[in-house]
Write a new protein. Structure first.
Length: 202
C-alpha cells in the first residue's frame, strides 16, 4: 500500500495564535511566525505518525498492486468518504469501478473494503495498478473552525506540547541538563497520550 496526499490540508488542528499563547508569546508579534509555523507543521506530522491518523480534511490517493478479497486500510483514519476505486485496465487506461462492486466499512478501527464481484483485469507487470481516492480528517466541513473543533482535545494538546518542545529546544547547544530532562519528560507524556488514543480510542 502506497499513500499520496493529492490535496493537502488547508489548516492545522491548532492555530498559530493558540501556539503563541501556549508559549506565552505576544500574539501580535509576527517576527517568529515563519519559525513557529514550521514547528507547528513538524509537530502535526509527528503527532499524526504516532497516532496513525490524519487530523484535518485532506484527500489521499492509496495505491495497491493487486486485488485481494478485502482491502484493510491500516493507519488511514478517520475516513470521511471514498469517492472512487480506479484501476489500470489491460490497455493501461484508468477506469473507475462501479461502487456496486464493493461495500465500505469506514467506522472500524481499521477501515476496510469488501469486494462483492469478480475483479476486472489489470495491466500486466505494472505496480500501483489500483487507486483509492478518499477524504480523511475529523471533519469534511471546509471551515477552519469546524475542522479544528472536531479534533479531540488530547490530540490538540499533544501537538501543542510537541511544538513547544521544538521551540524551547531549538538551540540544544549549551542547554542545561535539568532543562533537557524536563524536555524529555514532556516528550514521554506526549507519546503516552497519542499511543493511548491510537490503541484505546481507535
Amino acid at each position: 500500500m502506497n499513500i499520496k496526499v493529492s490535496t493537502a490540508p488547508e489548516f492545522y488542528a491548532i492555530t498559530l495564535t493558540e501556539l503563541k499563547q501556549q508559549l506565552r508569546l505576544s500574539v501580535v508579534d509576527t517576527d517568529q511566525d515563519d519559525e513557529l509555523n514550521a514547528y507547528l507543521q513538524a509537530a502535526t506530522e509527528a503527532a499524526q505518525d504516532v497516532a496513525a491518523q490524519y487530523f484535518m480534511k485532506q484527500t489521499l490517493e492509496i495505491y495497491f498492486d493487486d486485488w485481494s478479497l478485502n482491502f484493510l486500510l491500516y493507519g488511514i483514519t478517520p475516513i470521511q468518504s471514498i469517492s472512487a476505486i480506479s484501476y489500470l485496465d489491460a490497455n493501461g487506461d484508468w477506469q473507475v469501478w462501479d461502487p456496486s462492486n464493493y461495500s465500505l466499512d469506514l467506522i472500524s478501527s481499521v477501515p476496510r473494503i469488501k469486494f462483492l464481484s469478480s475483479f476486472p483485469t489489470l495491466q500486466d507487470e505494472t505496480l500501483n495498478r489500483i487507486k483509492l481516492t478518499c477524504e480523511v480528517g475529523y471533519s469534511s466541513n471546509a471551515a477552519e473552525a469546524v475542522q479544528q473543533a472536531a479534533v479531540p482535545q488530547n490530540i490538540k494538546q499533544a501537538i501543542k506540547l510537541v511544538a513547544t518542545r521544538y521551540y524551547l529546544t531549538r538551540e540544544d547547544k549549551g542547554m542545561n541538563t535539568a532543562y533537557e530532562k524536563s524536555s524529555d519528560s514532556i516528550l514521554r507524556s506526549i507519546r503516552a497520550t497519542l499511543w493511548s488514543w491510537k490503541w484505546v480510542k481507535w
